[in-house]
Design a protein around this ligand. Structure first.
Ligand SMILES: Nc1ncnc2c1ncn2[C@@H]1O[C@H](COP(=O)(O)OP(=O)(O)OP(=O)(O)O)[C@@H](O)[C@H]1O
Length: 277
């Protein structure tokens, strides 16, 4: 049983031609905690996410995931498919990427495609309705139903995902990621576009994922009210490097963070940070 961080990012560097988007970035995400990666626009946050989740191959550095049983996986050496399947890292994107024409329930079933394909012996056992496949299918439906309940969308199970309210789609997307039963859930700006009530529902959902399921969460977020309310630890980036880290309170009071956020206008920056207090 490993007690250390679930994710270690060590001297991560990512270059795009002459642009250094991320330089020598090191931080870790604690197990069963919520870690936020924040910073002004263009700081390099999404690039870090894309490296962690295998969409980009880092130019340098190492990214290590350590499972509960101590097994370590070098994420920087795997592609996105293997990171999702073997390392059990799930992610959402800045733009909602549900299947809009499929129902809410179907979106959650699709997320379990890998497990169902395995149980079907890659088709044949599924076609003949073998017990092993029927059990897996039952489990998949139960899990999807459980998540619809958790996000208060059970009564919308058969509605097209694209017809749901924006905040509901955001939470459905998180539920879909959770249906893969991830060890690490990576969320790219989950509060983007949400109103205050929807943001509060999102915070509640993420806290319940941490508290009730013990899933480790890494999130990028601009909405300081969400970040300051739910994060256990925050790493702050600016221009591709880490400029600060600590608890929400430590980060909020850090002059380097305030300056980075809103240039040198400290009063205005402090007001933004205070919006999360
Ligand atoms: N595929 C790419 N090719 C070239 N440059 C890129 C690429 N992706 C990102 N960049 C550059 O890397 C830098 C960091 O971008 P990134 O999107 O990671 O920042 P961010 O902190 O996520 O910003 P935001 O909060 O606005 O989403 C920017 O200068 C961006 O233009």
């Amino acid at each position: 049983m490993s007690g250390g961080p679930i994710l270690n990012v060590d001297k991560l560097t990512m270059r795009f031609g002459g642009i250094v988007a991320v330089q020598d970035l090191s931080f870790s995400a604690e197990r069963k905690k919520i870690t936020a990666l924040i910073g002004p626009n263009g700081a390099g946050k999404t690039t870090v996410f894309n490296c962690i989740t295998g969409f980009y191959k880092p130019s340098g550095g190492a990214i290590r995931l350590t499972h509960d049983d101590g097994r370590q996986i070098a994420l920087d050496r795997l592609n996105d498919f293997r990171i999702a399947k073997q390392a059990k890292v799930a992610r959402t994107f800045q733009n909602i990427r549900l299947f809009p024409g499929m129902t809410a329930l179907e979106n959650l079933m699709v997320a379990q495609h890998n497990a169902l394909m395995r149980a079907s012996g890659f088709t044949f056992l599924g076609l003949i309705g073998a017990p092993v496949y029927r059990d897996a299918e039952r489990h998949a439906i139960d899990l999807a139903t459980d998540w619809l309940k958790r996000i208060n969308l059970l009564d919308r199970a058969d509605d097209a995902a694209g017809n749901l309210a924006y905040g509901d789609q955001r939470r459905l997307e998180i539920a879909r990621a959770m249906c893969t039963e991830p060890a690490l859930l990576c969320l790219d700006e989950p509060a983007a576009g949400l109103n205050a009530r929807e943001s509060a529902a999102l915070s509640e959902l993420l806290l319940s994922i941490r508290n009730e399921l013990g899933t480790s969460i890494l999130l990028i977020e601009h909405d300081m009210s969400v970040v300051m309310e739910i994060s256990d630890h925050i790493a702050v980036m600016d221009h591709g490097v880490k400029i600060a880290q600590g608890t929400p309170r430590e980060v909020r009071d850090d002059p380097k963070v305030i300056a980075a956020y809103l240039g040198t206008d400290e009063d205005e920056a402090a007001a933004v940070m205070e919006s999360g207090s």
